[in-house]
Write a protein that binds this ligand. Structure first.
Ligand code: TEU
Ligand code: CA
Length: 544
């Protein structure tokens, strides 16, 4: 089946909003839909084409909305269905599409399906979930939840366990059940009728599972389910669909982003994201990043999906630490390194994603007390590591580097109280640097990170080579410089970046200038051209 649709999302730049931390409109300290509507002009100014909203559906908020208790109601803390309809309309006026976050691997235990399911084994909803007979205290196996502790929860009335890959309040849905699948498809079709522009599919590679065989990712029926989901819903519209797939490799990504449109537009794969994690350990056990590994990983995805799939391009999301603190330099070279990282990413082939505040250079937060953290994964890790004998200092150091709350401190709009995020008490403390890192000051400064992102986004719109060009990595073994060439027909551009705080000799640039005498800077993160053969700390440029 040829996919004849206009693939608008190949030219698009997507902005991710974490609604509870974006903009509060009613003073309760929690971001909401009306707050987002009030910031659409800012997003239009930045030049983005679509907004991915982390979940705003009804939820007890055990995992900040990734535990949905009604897929078709907006949680009152975020507003109403009417607010969502107005958001979709107001965004449309600015040529911005709204992408919803579909959490289909699990629901909340407060969803009516689960409330029914746990009433009895022969309840019609019982098999919407994954159950195992057993006896109290003897788990079906030793599988663990992503958030720590056993992945099985005992229900005494049924003398059964239910399976949950995430929190105990996030029971896994049983995709083997066609009745469940049909209900999910009908729900998605109703959201499509409301005019949403696409969907992000939460941990979608975990929906096909076999807990007996300890299979919780890339299960045997995964692509069968995804192709049915796509056929029954997405293919009936002209949507962007992006699956979150922590277990994806290039071969699987070719299926997920097959140009025939049989599955998704693309996936979020995380191979580059895991490179500063100690082999075989957890995300909290940090290893120094090897630039050579990063270059080879990103180059592999660029070359192997070219013409047979499609990449998403991201450094950040609501689960990840802020990239300028992680692989940049959020102190002495904060502005240069934030711009360098953006240049590297946006020069590649794929759809770029900007996470709220990334365009301002927002940084990790150094909370000093565990009481300032709110994320369930962080709090569970703290308790578990205290039990395991880690010191508080060791744990806080890991949290400063990798807690998901690094991405969830409120958006920094201005230097005013609470950074203009709320007139009330913010649900989470702000990062204290909002007095200097904020949208108002950066929109006033033509040399700001904000304006640099704006230029990058415009560049992709102006030059088709960013969307269509092929990719060739240069200086593969160089541990300081990340450089690659994009080619489309006779046009060539060079993306070159110094990933370090040292001044680096770069003969490549002199050679480039010799072979392209009329070359010019399409974008550059230093104000003056400097010495063409040398790269200053975190210096980056795109030469065309
Ligand atoms: O995340 C999938 C997931 O596994 C991440 O939680 C990741 O393992 C962890 O954050 C690494 O730091 C998705 C959502 O993005 C996340 O916010 C949810 O908590 C999770 O699924 C459950 O829905
Ligand atoms: Ca609010």
């Amino acid at each position: 089946m040829e996919n004849k649709k206009d693939l608008w999302w190949k030219q698009a730049v997507i902005y991710q909003i974490y609604p509870r931390s974006f903009q509060d409109s009613n003073g309760d300290g929690i971001g909401d839909l009306k707050g987002i509507i009030s910031r659409l002009d800012y997003l239009e100014e930045l030049g983005i084409n679509a907004v991915w909203l982390s979940p705003v559906c009804q939820s007890p908020q055990d995992d900040n909305g990734y535990d949905i208790s009604d897929y078709e109601k907006i949680d009152p803390m975020f507003g109403s269905l009417q607010d969502m309809e107005i958001l979709i309309q107001e965004a449309e006026k600015r040529k911005i599409k709204i992408i919803l976050d579909l959490v289909l691997n699990h629901s909340s235990d407060e969803h009516k399906w689960f409330q029914e399911a746990k009433k009895s084994k022969d309840n019609p909803y019982h098999d919407y979930y994954v159950w195992r007979d057993g006896e109290e205290g003897v788990y079906p196996n030793e599988m663990e939840s992503v958030f720590g502790g056993p992945a099985w929860e005992w229900v005494p009335e049924l003398k059964q366990y239910y399976f949950h890959q995430f929190s105990v309040k996030q029971p896994d849905l049983n995709w083997e059940n066609p009745k469940l699948r049909r209900e999910i498809y009908d729900m998605i079709l109703r959201w499509m009728d409301k005019g949403v522009g696409g969907f992000r599919l939460d941990v979608i590679d975990q929906i096909a599972k076999d807990p007996e065989l300890k299979v919780t990712c890339n299960g045997p029926r995964l692509h069968e389910f995804i192709q049915e989901l796509s056929r029954e819903t997405f293919q009936k519209g002209n949507l962007i669909t992006v699956g979150e797939a922590w277990g994806a490799d290039v071969e699987r990504a070719k299926l997920y982003s097959n140009p025939d449109g049989s599955e998704f537009s693309m996936v979020f794969q995380f191979e580059h994201i895991g490179l500063d994690q100690e082999e075989g350990k957890t995300k909290w056990d940090i290893a120094p990043l090897s630039l050579v590994k990063l270059k080879k990983t990103m180059a592999k995805w660029q070359t192997e999906l070219h013409d047979c799939g499609w990449n998403s391009l991201f450094w950040n999301n609501h689960d990840l630490p802020r990239i300028v603190s992680r692989w940049g330099n959020d102190k002495k070279y904060w502005k240069e390194s934030a711009k360098m990282l953006a240049t590297l990413l946006h020069g590649m082939q794929g759809t770029p994603y900007i996470y709220q505040g990334e365009e301002l250079g927002m940084t990790n937060v150094d909370f000093q007390d565990i009481g300032q953290y709110q994320d369930i994964e962080t709090l569970n890790m703290y308790k578990q590591r205290i039990r395991e004998g880690y010191t508080k200092e060791e744990i806080m150091e890991s949290l400063h580097k990798k807690s998901r709350d690094n991405a969830r401190t409120p958006m920094q709009w201005s230097h005013e109280k609470n950074a203009g995020f709320t007139t009330g008490t913010p649900w989470m403390e702000l990062n204290k640097n909002y007095e200097t890192v904020n949208a108002v000051s950066e929109m006033e400064d033509p040399d700001s990170i904000f304006h640099y992102y704006k230029k990058l986004i415009q560049l992709r719109k102006d030059q088709s080579i960013f969307v269509n060009g092929d990719f060739r990595l240069l200086l593969e073994e160089d541990e300081s410089v990340f450089a690659y060439v994009r080619t489309e027909g006779t046009q060539e551009i060079l993306v070159c970046a110094n990933f370090t705080e040292n001044i680096i000799d770069c003969p490549l640039l002199r050679q480039w200038e010799k072979h392209h005498p009329e070359t010019k800077y399409l974008i550059h993160n230093y104000e003056d051209e400097g010495d063409i053969g040398k790269l200053r700390p975190y210096e980056a440029m795109i030469l065309g």
